[in-house]
Design a protein around this ligand. Structure first.
Ligand SMILES: Nc1ncnc2c1ncn2[C@@H]1O[C@H](COP(=O)(O)OP(=O)(O)O)[C@@H](O)[C@H]1O
Ligand SMILES: [Mg+2]
Length: 439
């Protein structure tokens, strides 16, 4: 089937189903209307031919018995909607070939055939029209002028009923299609909500049996995914826990070894291993959702203590200014996110500046800036992937696992916060953490 190039199949299932239903039902409706009308016309014609046969026969008999001078007076009284009598030979014409005229002509001829010889012929014109000619017993020619109609006129309220019918049809189509597509929409929404913390909304297991089945399957799948992830985190936690003991033992052994270049390298390797294990566990835990409950946090105090920890260790970290902001957040997760960002700023830029400002919705924004090399624009999102490290930072042997930013993103998401990176105009990187307000 080739449709015009301008016609497009609608994209949504809702529109498609609605269209199919409406067009299908409207077509069915049209067909049944047509059948009813045809049947009605047929029945009417059958009734009318019988009636015309008897009426014409008795009218002709009456005219035949009337004295010739009284006949003219009777003519208007004998005329009907479709025919009239004319005292005269009438008009000549062609043989009848129209279906309706044929049927009426035959019934008239049948009714008069016993007493008269009847000839019929069609009269040319815009509508069907024919005449039957006969001669009365006293020799007077008589013509029956006939204009057949096939149907009785339609009632005036019929279009109204049709409109009403069609409106009902559309209304029910809409209901049916909505009933069919709503569960799909709900499933899609639930799947969207299934975030990294795997605490997606459960789909209500109600409605028609097919929907209940799909909802159950979806919920069960959600549970299975949560279970597998939990298992994975447990395995990772168990391995790292068991790794920590041998690593500690190795470090003790290195400590009692002679101080040499090799010992120092070994110590460094062990340090990195320990880091990897720790970060791996943190990442797995953050994936599984923060267990920490949100509470009211004095952002100033949190940032102050964080900066103090760094300055005490001789690191160049500064807090831009003090703003009294209290927000709802998970303090340990928040500290960890900002800490990771500061670590990066120190590692790649040498120094870090932190700034915070309240937002109009009762939340806050925290910026962590440095004057380092920044990150190529194309990689600003990629660096959030676990274990991803830019080639240059690997070569610089800065140490690190590539999990820092991945952890930040996960924790930020679990706090409903948004973390983005951008390169500063004068060089260096700026990380922005947008913490939403309680409302
Ligand atoms: N402040 C920054 N300046 C320049 N590059 C950065 C900065 N922060 C992160 N990066 C880049 O993003 C990569 C990923 O960071 P991260 O996930 O913290 O891993 P890691 O710090 O362990 O390398 C880093 O390896 C580095 O290449
Ligand atoms: Mg890092």
């Amino acid at each position: 089937m080739r449709l015009g190039s301008r016609w497009h199949w609608p994209r949504s299932l809702f529109a498609r189903l609605a269209l199919i239903f409406c067009v299908g039902l409207a077509l069915a409706q049209a067909v049944s209307f047509w059948v009813t009308m045809t049947e009605r016309d047929e029945a009417t014609v059958n009734l009318m031919t019988g009636y015309v046969e008897r009426e014409v026969a008795s009218s002709v008999a009456l005219l035949d018995h009337l004295p010739p001078d009284e006949r003219t007076r009777w003519l208007p009284r004998l005329a009907r909607r479709t025919y009239q009598f004319i005292l005269g030979p009438g008009e000549p014409g062609t043989p009848i070939d129209a279906r309706l005229s044929e049927r009426f002509a035959r019934s008239i001829t049948d009714g008069l055939a016993r007493n008269y010889t009847v000839t019929t012929n069609a009269i040319a014109g815009s509508s069907e029209h024919f005449q039957a000619h006969l001669t009365l017993t006293d020799g007077t020619p008589l013509t029956i002028d006939f204009r057949p109609v096939s149907s009785i006129p339609l009632s005036r309220w019929l279009p109204l009923v049709l409109v009403l019918q069609f409106s009902l049809l559309i209304a029910f189509c809409w209901l049916v299609v909505r009933l069919a597509t709503r569960p799909l929409k709900q499933l899609a929404q639930a799947a969207d909500l299934l975030g990294p913390d795997l605490k997606g909304a459960r789909v209500p297991e109600t409605g028609p049996s097919e929907v209940v089945r799909a909802a159950r399957a979806f919920n069960a799948m959600q549970d299975r995914i949560a279970m597998y992830t939990a298992e994975r985190v447990q395995i990772l936690a168990a391995i790292s826990h068991d790794l920590q003991t041998p690593i500690t033992r190795m470090r003790l052994r290195v400590d009692v070894m002679d101080d040499s270049d090799e010992t120092e390298k070994l110590r460094q390797d062990l340090f990195e291993m320990e880091n990897l294990v720790k970060e791996g566990v943190t990442y797995a835990r953050s994936l599984h959702g923060a267990s920490e409950a949100p509470c009211r946090v004095d952002l100033d105090a949190l940032l102050d203590s964080l900066v103090c920890d760094y300055t005490d260790a001789g690191k160049d970290v500064a807090l831009a200014e003090h703003v009294a902001i209290a927000i709802m957040a998970r303090p340990r997760a928040l500290r960890r996110v900002i800490g990771n960002l500061v670590d990066n700023a120190l590692k790649f830029g040498g120094a870090a500046t932190i700034e915070a400002a309240p937002t109009s919705d009762g939340g806050a924004i925290v910026w962590v800036r440095d004057d380092g090399p920044g990150i190529p624009e194309a990689l600003l999102e990629t660096v959030f992937e676990p274990f991803y490290r830019i080639e240059t930072s690997r070569n610089r042997s800065t140490g690190g696992t590539g999990l820092g930013l991945a952890i930040c993103r996960q924790l930020a998401q679990s706090m409903n916060a948004v973390l983005t990176l951008r390169n500063r105009n004068g060089g260096g990187l700026e990380a922005m953490l947008m913490l939403k307000g309680a409302g």
